[in-house]
Design a protein around this ligand. Structure first.
Ligand SMILES: Nc1ncnc2c1ncn2[C@@H]1O[C@H](COP(=O)(O)OP(=O)(O)OP(=O)(O)O)[C@@H](O)[C@H]1O
Length: 618
């Protein structure tokens, strides 16, 4: 592997910021970039040749000003030819340089996005709940895209914009120091002004605000689009959906403030740069008035007048680059912030469990995204063991901690104290890859990817054949409805209006889990969306799925877990009752009350004459 340490999340990489960090990132494709730089410099030098040609042609004409017929026409034509050829050559080298920088940029972009995506997948769920997906999306897309712009376009421009003035000023100094100084003074002054204003603390703070405001706007925009059903139902608009509205107005306010902040220094900078001639003219005229017969000086003066305006073009480029660079640097900092997030800790020597029983050993847990002052434990000293190949059900009121217990098993979060063991091995000593291999999860909200149904099911096992996918779909009772879709298993979800109902999506998720066939299965509200017909099918799918597996199931409908080997009743983050259904009903505790409510709910019917019952069937 080549030098790709650049964006690894080490403390070392965190040290560099700004342009040096950008160059470090660009350094991943150093060879291509050096080639691009060399080609850009050659192109710049060639661009300078027409100026020299003009100089020599005019010198020849001036030499024979008294009798132009004596001018060496062959020499003049030769210089004319050189001017055209060098201009063409300059364009060819520029093309080569830009190609090299683009290839480098897109390779860097690719590897950066892949590494970012991989790193994000390794972060604990706590990070993802803390960060809005809009903000992450902005970093993944915009900030990375800006780096591409920097490497592909701005880096070669930067080399050209530095090389050209250096060559020009160098030539000027060899021709006439006083006039070269008159040229250099306004340029230095303009740059000092720019760096003081824009690179000062205020300029840096403005760039941070820019990214913050943009991130908030992105996050609120994603929220607005995601919450469209609620937006419609409650008649919200982009104006009345306040967080979105505020994000937009904040960004507008920032833009107005920043424009005000930049206005004056920008105008001064532009005025100085575009008026280099007004610095040279007085110096040149003064010197010429002292030696009116010096033809060579007159020629040099003329060359300065031709060259000087050309200096302002690369200088302007440098200014725009400076502005962009500040924006990009802030974006890079955000990328580095993601890399600096600690992934789920992996054991040095991963252990493999011998069996698939699950044991919660005095587990306490609190979510770290809550305000420290008001933070409370979501789970307190939870202890139970789920035997291998048995079904353990979690029931309890809403917010009691059932999903939290389930989410700790695949290490979406790590326990605050205590430990969770699978087959006697602490899950933190197991290696997440192994853990993910042995645990399947059917979530409350099924997420289907924008892909074919076949690929969505294959997510359970990447190497499954089409026949195995169909077999799993049949077992999960989804083969029939998939066959009815326009392109069967090749139908893309979300395309051409193909969407699945909640129950159908649940069955696809079950098919995935059947295909994965892992020995431990966590089912969170698997029948939450089901209508009676769907529920029967889901139950049938589940029966196939759970056979011979250690199952942890959270179910709202108590009837679905009647046969469970063990029921854990959770309340206020603690396990308050444990046993089989009939034993718990006899205990006359919380489960008994829930069971009664469940029975009531079964008999409940909607009628104008009956009073509405509020039933919590959990
Ligand atoms: N990501 C989170 N960040 C902070 N707090 C959370 C998070 N998820 C859940 N909680 C809190 O933890 C507690 C337990 O929530 P949990 O989702 O485990 O309950 P539950 O029993 O599964 O509820 P339900 O039956 O309604 O799904 C609640 O007080 C909840 O507000």
């Amino acid at each position: 592997m080549k030098k790709v340490k650049i964006l690894n999340n080490t403390a070392e990489t965190k040290k560099k910021t700004g342009i040096s960090r950008l160059l470090e990132i660009a350094g991943e494709k150093r060879g291509l970039l050096i080639l691009s730089g060399i080609l850009s410099v050659i192109s710049t030098i060639l661009m300078f040749v027409p100026f020299a040609a003009v100089y020599f042609i005019v010198a020849e004409l001036l030499k024979n000003a008294a009798n132009p017929a004596l001018s060496d026409m062959a020499l003049i034509r030769q210089w004319g030819l050189w001017a055209i050829l060098s201009l063409l050559g300059s364009l060819i080298f520029l093309y080569g340089g830009t190609m090299a920088s683009h290839i480098a940029a897109f390779r860097i972009l690719y590897s950066l996005r892949i590494r970012l995506a991989q790193h994000l997948a390794k972060l604990p769920m706590g990070y993802h709940t803390r960060q809005s997906s809009g903000a992450i999306k902005k970093t993944l897309e915009l900030s990375v895209e800006k780096i591409e712009g920097f490497i592909a376009h701005q880096l070669p421009d930067l080399i050209g914009a530095v090389a050209l003035p250096v060559i020009m000023l160098g030539t000027m100094f060899t021709l006439d120091r006083s006039m070269a100084l008159a040229c250099a003074v306004p340029i230095i002054a303009a740059y000092l002004l720019q760096s003081i204003v824009f690179y000062g603390e205020k300029g840096k703070a403005a760039m941070k605000q820019h990214h913050d405001a943009l991130e908030q706007m992105n996050a609120a925009g994603v929220e607005y689009v995601r919450g469209m059903p609620a937006v419609k139902v409650f008649g919200l608009t982009a104006k009345t959906f306040l967080s979105f509205h505020h994000a937009i107005t904040d960004f507008r306010d920032w833009a107005v403030e920043y424009t005000k902040f930049c206005k004056r220094p920008y105008i001064i900078f532009m005025t100085i740069l575009t008026s280099i001639l007004s610095f040279i003219l007085p110096v040149g005229i003064l010197l010429l008035s002292r030696q009116p017969d010096n033809q060579a000086f007159a020629l040099t003066f003329m060359l300065f007048l031709v060259l000087a305006p050309g200096l302002s073009v690369p200088m302007m480029k440098l200014m725009y680059l400076g502005g962009n660079m500040r924006l990009i640097s802030e974006g890079v900092e955000r990328i580095d912030n993601i890399f600096a997030q600690k992934p789920v800790v992996e054991p040095e020597v991963p252990k493999t469990p011998k069996s698939y029983s699950i044991e919660f050993d005095h587990v306490s847990f609190s979510y770290d995204n809550q305000d420290a002052a008001t933070r409370s434990e979501a789970l307190t000293c939870v202890a139970f063991s789920a035997k291998e190949k048995e079904m353990t059900a979690l029931v309890g009121p809403s917010g009691s901690g059932k999903s939290t217990i389930a989410n700790l098993i695949p290490r979406f979060w790590d326990v605050t104290s205590g430990s969770i063991r699978i087959g006697g091995v602490d899950i933190r000593e197991m290696g997440t890859e192994k853990l993910m291999e042995i645990v399947s999860f059917v979530f409350q909200d099924v997420h289907l990817f924008y892909d074919t149904i076949e690929e969505n099911i294959r997510m359970g096992r990447r190497d499954a054949t089409a026949a195995q996918v169909i077999e799993a779909a049949k077992a999960a009772c989804c083969h029939e409805f998939i066959e009815r879709l326009p392109q069967g298993y090749q139908t893309k979800i979300g395309e051409g209006g193909t969407y699945l109902s909640g129950g159908e999506a649940q069955r696809v998720a079950i098919a995935r889990a059947i295909l994965k066939n892992s020995p431990i299965l966590v089912l969170d509200e698997a029948t939450a969306f089901a209508d009676p017909e769907n529920e029967a099918k889901i139950q049938e799918g589940l029966r196939t799925l759970i056979r011979g597996k250690t199952v942890i199931i959270i179910a709202h409908r108590l009837s679905t877990i009647r046969e469970a080997d063990q029921i854990l009743v959770v309340d206020g983050g603690q396990i308050v009752e444990t046993g089989k259904c009939e034993d718990l009903v006899k205990q006359k505790g919380l489960y008994h009350r829930m069971w009664e409510a469940h029975m009531d709910a079964g008999a409940w019917a909607l009628s104008k004459d009956q009073k509405t019952k509020v039933v919590n069937a959990s």
